[in-house]
Design a protein around this ligand. Structure first.
Ligand SMILES: C[S@@+](CC[C@H](N)C(=O)[O-])C[C@H]1O[C@@H](n2cnc3c(N)ncnc32)[C@H](O)[C@@H]1O
Length: 260
């Protein structure tokens, strides 16, 4: 049996620096509920308003699961991540894709020119920030690099406290959202299998930042965006704690209709 490694990080950048070398390591990646993740990512990639000639930016691509599904659908697919190790690993994993580019940077200081992208994606990232002001700062920079007729997809933004009432309640919500079978598989792949197989487990800081929908709609409006709330009813129960949004520039003749 392989020696068990415990990968502990003090912050999210450090977590991804540690995790990056394992992005193509089946032992660690089986720790994730890949089936559910892939299903959701595919669902997102298929529904985003992207055309084959689009330039797309994925902010905080992580292990690149969503990025890989998006890259074949667009002319240019760029990723920005604060973890230099993650960027280097993604560059090497996707070296055969001619239309991709990764740069080190953060959501609040995106290393691209103004008005560069037709679509900007930021999925499961903003809740890692320390304060809501940091989220606003990031949203400003996402808006800066997005073209006037472009769109921004903000996924997995908690709209209420996920940990304030305790970890057990948080797990109870996940059980409801996923259903028993998927939840059991998730728990088993994250905890049980690695323990039984002596595989590495990554731990990183749990954060509790959230933005209620009304606040998010207001801050988006300040930036000149109107918001569609995406409810992924097609693939699972709606999340009890997180929202997904598609932002487009406000049209002169009023609000868009919600797409749900
Ligand atoms: C949970 S992963 C999300 C990965 C991917 N977007 C997904 O949905 O699976 C969080 C990602 O956000 C990145 N990240 C953390 N802080 C960030 C920041 N300030 N700006 C941009 N990305 C950040 C991490 O390095 C990591 O790649």
């Amino acid at each position: 049996m392989a020696e068990r490694k415990r990968l502990s990080a003090r912050n999210h950048q450090e977590a991804y620096d540690l995790w990056a070398s394992h992005f193509d390591d089946p032992a660690l990646m089986t720790n994730r509920d890949n089936r559910a993740t892939l299903k959701k990512m595919t669902h997102i990639a298929e529904r985003l308003p992207i055309s084959p000639d689009a330039r797309l930016l994925d902010v905080g691509p992580g292990d690149g699961t969503l990025f890989r599904l998006l890259a074949p659908r667009v002319a240019r697919c760029c990723g920005v991540d604060p973890s230099a190790a993650a960027v280097a690993k993604l560059e090497s994993l996707l070296q055969d894709h001619e239309n991709v580019e990764f740069r080190v940077g953060t959501a609040a200081a995106i290393p691209f020119e103004d008005d560069t992208f037709d679509i900007v994606v930021i999925n499961s990232v903003l809740h890692m920030f320390e304060t809501r002001d940091h989220i606003v700062e990031a949203m400003r920079d996402l808006a800066r690099v997005c073209k006037a007729d472009g769109a921004i997809y903000v996924g997995e933004l908690p709209f209420r406290s996920e940990l304030g009432k305790g970890v057990l309640r948080h797990l109870g919500r996940k059980l409801y959202e996923y259903g028993f079978v998927a939840f059991a598989r998730l728990m088993s792949t994250i905890y049980l299998k690695p323990v039984l197989r002596g595989e590495p487990i990554l731990t990183y800081p749990m954060t509790n930042l959230f933005v209620p929908m009304a606040d998010f709609v207001a801050l988006s409006a300040d930036l000149g965006f109107q918001v569609q709330h995406w409810r992924h009813r097609e693939w699972r129960r709606p999340s009890l704690t997180r929202n997904d949004y598609l932002l487009s520039h406000a049209s002169p003749n009023g609000d868009p209709s919600p797409n749900s």
